[in-house]
Ligand binder design. Sequence first.
Ligand SMILES: [Zn+2]
Length: 459
Amino acid sequence: MKRNFRFYFALFFAKCTALVLKLIGRKGTSMPGSWAIILCPDFLGRMPLPKEVVLVAGTNGKTTVANLIEDILTANGVDYLCNRGGANVNTGLASTLIAGSTFFGRPKHDLAIFEFDERSAPLILPYIKPSTFLCTNLCRDALDRNANVDFIVKLINENLWQGAKLVVNGDDLIASHLAPGSQRVCFGISQLPRDSGSRPNLVRDIVCCPECDTPLSYDFLRYNHIGRAHCPQCGWGTHPIAYDCTAVDMDAMEFTLRTPHGEEAYRLPGANITDLYNTVTAVAFLRDRGLSYQQVAGALQGAQLARSRYDVEKVGDKEVIFCLAKGQSPIASSRVFDFITRQGGRAAIILLNYDSHDQAHSSENIGWLYEVDYEFLRNDCVKQLIPTGNRCYDYQVRALLAGMEPSRVHAAPQPEEAAALVDLDNVDKVYILHAVFTVPDARRARDELVKRINGKEAC
Ligand SMILES: [Zn+2]
């Protein structure tokens, strides 16, 4: 698209807005971009782009993967532009492009790594033609916003240009079959010994072959619809996996990756299966893009997963664990429940994965609670489940319907009350499971809990 007077007016106005916000010390991540798009609705199509644009999409893990890719690039001295603040919709991308451009809008960087909101596909993809489209996974999430996963697939397929190279999770039959006809590289994790104890989930987003409706035959099913499968009727199924994790050593925190370049060993920066997926995703993308094994493996030695997503703190003789369990996301929450019960020990869980952002928009949909595997918590290591927030009693009912013992489930509307209910004599660790928008409430619960533990130690 040509750059006209309207575009330049929008660009200068947005740059002035960004400058004013900076002068008054406000972080307006998407405000300059919002103004640019209000003044010039096809602004993104007219804005000059870096030579190479990588979009990182996916229901779960895209922030972690984008951050990991950026950290490894930084460690190797590669210059890039990114929307690390998390502004991943059209206005956020516009703001990032404006901030990363010269006075007349020329890009200051040759490479952009953008976290990408799939629901915004019709507002972004007609204008931004990525060289690489990376997708971690696609599953049901935020029902009131995203409707059905098939709807999200349709939005991407209708708007993504054919020239994009896809780097996709081959173990996800939905994500790996995006944009049929486009070039793709798949990564995945082979069946591991830990998969033998996999527990059935309540939801699976793909059950039958989309070509002929025959029920899929799974070679193995890791969780929800993640696994490897084929259609016994027409052969549709898992693509060849170019970057395949074939072994994991949890003691050494290392994994083995079979790649087109041979077998490679990498450090694993987290113990959860989702940490492994996120790391394999970043490594597959970077190796495919041309970074050497030494460059990726070396940088991964020092890489850390974002502390806000998983953080263990030792307080007295207890562990206080801050962990993200996204609200309205059945698969993400179920993964965390599964992880906690695999860790064992004596645990209390303060549950804050309600979505206060949604409450502001009067969402009344609690259907997703019944798609989360609360049944996993019916495990002796979970000594207490303490849901908090306005909807704590809905969560309590859900846990009781899953068969948890009533004496282990306590609802508490305020975070401090939840912290006060933790039976410190009976647990060794306390998980504080929060959503993206409930971190301030989670901190209130944590502070109260730390105060109680320290007070008890002092006595
Ligand atoms: Zn079929």
